[in-house]
Design a protein around this ligand. Structure first.
Ligand code: ARG
Length: 461
């Protein structure tokens, strides 16, 4: 079975019908119908411009708008009949228009090509998705702030090389993730500026002979600028690559955070627990409660990286101007948008499901000799050069470890074996609380700083 060639909007110069396989192979409507709302918005603006410049009459424009709005409603309520033989979202909608209002419908495509049309649709779509993603990032940050507020002074072992390093406040650790998300948000906003440029008016590749008003279309569709080169405008997909790069970074951050959640919940740490509603079990081991949500987010990160690589590869070595290759930009972008948004939604729900086991965190910080640097700093204040102080404390740690004791559990005389400069005021320094309180400067881990940073980030969301 093959479809009737005369029914295709581009069928004029063809005599033989399209091979059925070719029809299936070339169609994009099965996935680009998701752009219908934006395609119709673009067509409405285009029709209004055609009327304003008297390329079509006001009456014709009104007829087109009424019909497009009707089609929009049918699409929204899933009543619209999509047809693969009409290839893509653009030709499905245009054909419906022609079918319903005849000759007038055929005038909509004046001074326009599917090449500038699809580029416009993609930009309108992505602009909305960037705004939605921004809101979702804000929701994750709000959840982080709430937990950080509660734990502004809870102490945990800060890690380097996955070894206990120095005590930090849990609030400070959570705020590190908020900083990453702030950068992610700003990258998306930056990318939005380059998304928000109007390709329509470029037509197939060279512009059009009609007296169009591109600034008017830009204004109607909320674009900040009009693309300045028609060849570039129809072929440019940089804005998608940029979005996917930004999305990959968000996913990278979520994946790192997921990894920490998994580690914190693991048997060896038990720093946190997740609500039952946010975990799943094992079909064989009855005791299991697994952190599958962060694991899935970690896993889905690879998909989004893959989408980025797909687009970079799609555009590599592509000559000007439009090539059909570009139809392949859609599924990767849609997949990345859906995955990213779902993972952000998951995180906004996952964070409030965290309960903190303060004691496990504190014990781990204590076991890890995390105040050793504080002891070295104490000796420096007594006039010992830092390198010597470092060596002295190294010996003290070696001794304490042999005795299976923490540093603060050593007696004064035990400590004095390593330096006579150690006096009984040393114990304040060896305490975890003292250690975090002392780091009271911009960027430091003290509870006071955590509160200041919470207020700062709060103002930004
Ligand atoms: N479905 C096409 C795409 O997604 C629309 C543009 C088609 N243009 C063309 N000259 N065949 O890119």
């Amino acid at each position: 079975m093959t479809s009737d060639q005369t029914k295709k909007p581009w069928g004029g110069r063809f005599t033989a019908p399209t091979d059925e396989f070719v029809e299936q192979f070339t169609q994009s409507v099965s996935f680009d119908k998701r752009l219908a709302h934006y395609d119709i918005a673009g067509s409405i603006a285009h029709a209004k411009m055609l009327a304003k410049t008297k390329i079509i009459s006001k009456k014709e424009c009104d007829e087109i708008l009424t019909c497009l709005k009707q089609i929009e409603e049918e699409v929204a309520s899933d009543q619209f009949k999509w047809s693969a033989s009409l290839e893509d979202v653009h030709m499905n909608i245009e054909s419906a228009l022609v079918e319903r209002i005849g000759e007038t419908g055929k005038k909509l495509h004046t001074a326009r090509s599917r090449n500038d049309q699809v580029a416009t649709d993609m930009r309108l779509y992505l602009r909305d998705e960037v705004d939605d993603t921004t809101l979702k990032i804000n929701a994750v940050m709000a959840a982080l702030l709430k937990l950080a507020e509660k734990h502004h002074d809870s102490i945990m072992p800060g890690m380097t090389h996955m070894q206990a390093a120095q005590p930090v406040t849990f609030g400070h650790h959570l705020l590190a993730w908020a900083e990453m998300l702030l950068r992610d948000r700003s990258r998306l906003q930056d990318c939005r500026q380059r998304i928000n440029v109007l390709p329509l008016g470029s037509a197939a590749l060279a512009g059009t002979t009609f007296p169009i008003d591109r600034n008017y279309v830009a204004k109607l569709l909320g674009f900040d600028e009009v693309a300045q080169n028609s060849l570039d405008a129809v072929s440019d997909r940089d804005f998608i690559v940029e979005f996917l790069a930004s999305a990959s970074l968000v996913m990278m951050h979520l994946s790192r955070f997921s990894e920490e959640i998994v580690l914190w919940m693991s048997e060896g740490n038990r720093f946190i627990d997740l609500d039952d509603a946010w975990c799943t079990g094992s079909s064989i081991m009855p005791q299991k409660k697994n952190p599958d949500i962060p694991e899935l987010i970690r896993g889905k990160t690879g998909r989004v990286y893959g989408d980025l690589i797909a687009l970079l590869t799609l555009m590599k070595a592509q000559p000007l101007a439009y090539n059909r290759d570009n139809q392949e930009d859609k599924e990767s972008l849609f997949d990345a948008v859906d995955t990213l948004k779902m993972c952000l939604t998951a995180f906004a729900g996952l964070i409030p499901s965290i309960t903190v086991n303060n004691k496990s965190m504190l014990d781990a910080a204590e076991r890890g000799y995390t105040t050793a640097t504080d002891l070295a700093d104490y000796l420096v204040l007594q006039g010992v050069p830092f390198r010597d102080a470092h060596a002295v404390v190294g010996k003290a740690v070696q001794y304490a470890s042999k005795k299976s004791k923490t540093l603060s559990a050593l007696s004064l005389s035990e400590l004095q074996q390593f330096s006579e400069l150690i006096k009984d005021d040393v114990f304040a320094v060896l305490k975890l609380e003292g250690s975090v309180l002392a780091r009271n400067h911009v960027g430091g881990t003290s509870p006071t700083q955590v509160k200041i940073q919470i207020a700062r980030v709060k103002k930004k969301i």
